[in-house]
Design a protein around this ligand. Structure first.
Ligand code: GLA
Length: 389
């Protein structure tokens, strides 16, 4: 996306001069392994994408917020003299929820004209929403010089989504789009928020994202349901081994404790979380050793577990994984993000990328009637003040 063009568009819509406009950028993210572990106090391994959301801001004299997006038609003008409440079920709630977080901290947010422009495919599970939240939090922190740490901004962005949008997400997405670093994955302990940037040294292999382009129906409510199932499983296991989260239980401990859970669904949910958590640890070790084949195998196991135990996959995601693995030079494939649609992430030999796109795309169309999209992923940096070029 060209910043100069965005600035020109902004001035056309909102007036003002080039010098008055501040530009910020936050990426989207793809998770390599560690799905549905974040809200269970576990490990995740996401990385930030080259795609993301630009935010252009100009300060206004009056306490008004003027929202616009190049991606959605809905616009809004909101007066901050009144209590901030959600605007229907629109995209505006993501940034507005963040502004409310500043109000909760009794920080004064000035009137602003805000224009968002993103190139992350919408509803693909690549965190376009976290990207909007984080870019807003980061920009306001800079503009009002509030001195909030990145960790505080991450928590505010998550809280906006939990409380204002009503999606009970964990912290992974907001963390990855804030802390991501070029050519690195973020190995995050979601309980302590300790993290390590792990170099992604894939040699001749590339990360390819395949988009099912399937609408993610009711994904938020199904997600919230999984979360409460995990809480129920934890409550049962807790009376045998006192732990704060499911991730406090090792795979071996789970083997001996699992029969204490009568409900077969709750047992499967817990099994996914506990085994997935171990797969992240093993995956990081494999990456550090340069054992990409092992990493690929762990990705496949992760997908199976998400499909059978956690039941957040769907036939379209399964088809993409199955057909990906038929192509020579593909080491691993799995659904990524919350599930019920969205994308898969694949490790593909660079010589096989064209074959991959052609074959997987063709078979996907035959088997599902849908067109898949493919993105060759470059791992970018986290949120920044964008320099005008
Ligand atoms: C969504 C949520 C994240 C995480 C993933 C699943 O992306 O926003 O917090 O729970 O699903 O791993």
């Amino acid at each position: 996306m060209n910043i100069e063009n965005l600035v020109r568009d902004f001035i056309e819509i909102n007036g003002g001069r080039e010098d008055d406009i501040q530009v910020f950028f936050a990426p989207g993210r793809v998770n390599l392994i560690g799905e549905h572990t974040d809200y269970n106090g576990g490990y995740v391994l996401p990385c930030s994408l080259q795609y993301g959301t630009y935010l252009l801001v100009r300060l206004l004299e009056d306490p008004m917020l003027r929202f616009r997006s190049k991606n959605f038609p809905t616009t809004a003008r909101i007066c901050m003299k009144y209590e901030i409440i959600p605007v229907g079920k629109t995209w505006i709630n993501y940034p507005l929820g963040v502004i409310r977080e500043f109000h909760k901290k009794e920080l004064v947010v000035p009137g602003m004209a805000l224009m968002y422009a993103g190139d992350i495919p919408n509803r693909a599970g690549l965190s376009s929403s976290a990207s909007v939240e984080v870019v807003t939090a980061f920009a306001i922190n800079e503009i009002i010089n509030a001195g909030l740490s990145k960790i505080e901004l991450i928590k505010m962005a998550q809280s906006a989504e939990n409380e204002f949008v009503g999606m009970n997400c964990g912290i992974m997405d907001q963390f990855a789009v804030t802390m991501g670093k070029q050519d690195h994955a973020v190995f995050l302990n979601c309980e302590t928020l300790d993290y390590e940037l792990v170099p992604i040294a894939l040699g001749d292999y590339k990360i390819i994202i395949s988009n099912t382009n399937k609408r993610r129906e009711l994904a938020n409510s199904k997600y919230n349901k999984r979360r409460s199932e995990c809480e129920q499983a934890l409550e049962i296991l807790n009376s045998f081994k006192p732990v704060k989260t499911l991730s406090g239980i090792s795979v071996e401990e789970f083997e001996s404790l699992q029969d204490k859970i009568d409900d077969s669904i709750l047992k499967k949910r817990a099994r996914h979380v506990i085994t997935e958590n171990q797969r992240v640890v093993d995956g990081v070790e494999a990456l550090k050793k340069g054992d990409i084949e092992l990493f690929g195998k762990l990705m496949l196991k992760s997908h199976d577990s998400l499909k059978s135990d956690y039941e957040v996959s769907c036939s379209e995601l399964d088809v993409l994984v199955e057909d990906a693995m038929k192509i020579e030079g593909v080491l691993g494939s799995r659904m990524t993000g919350g599930g019920f649609g969205g994308c898969t992430v694949n490790i593909v030999h660079e010589n096989q990328i064209e074959t991959f796109k052609q074959e997987v795309g063709k078979n996907y169309k035959i088997r599902t009637g849908l067109e898949a999209d493919f993105y060759i992923t470059e791992v970018g940096n986290g949120v920044i003040r964008a320099v005008q070029s």
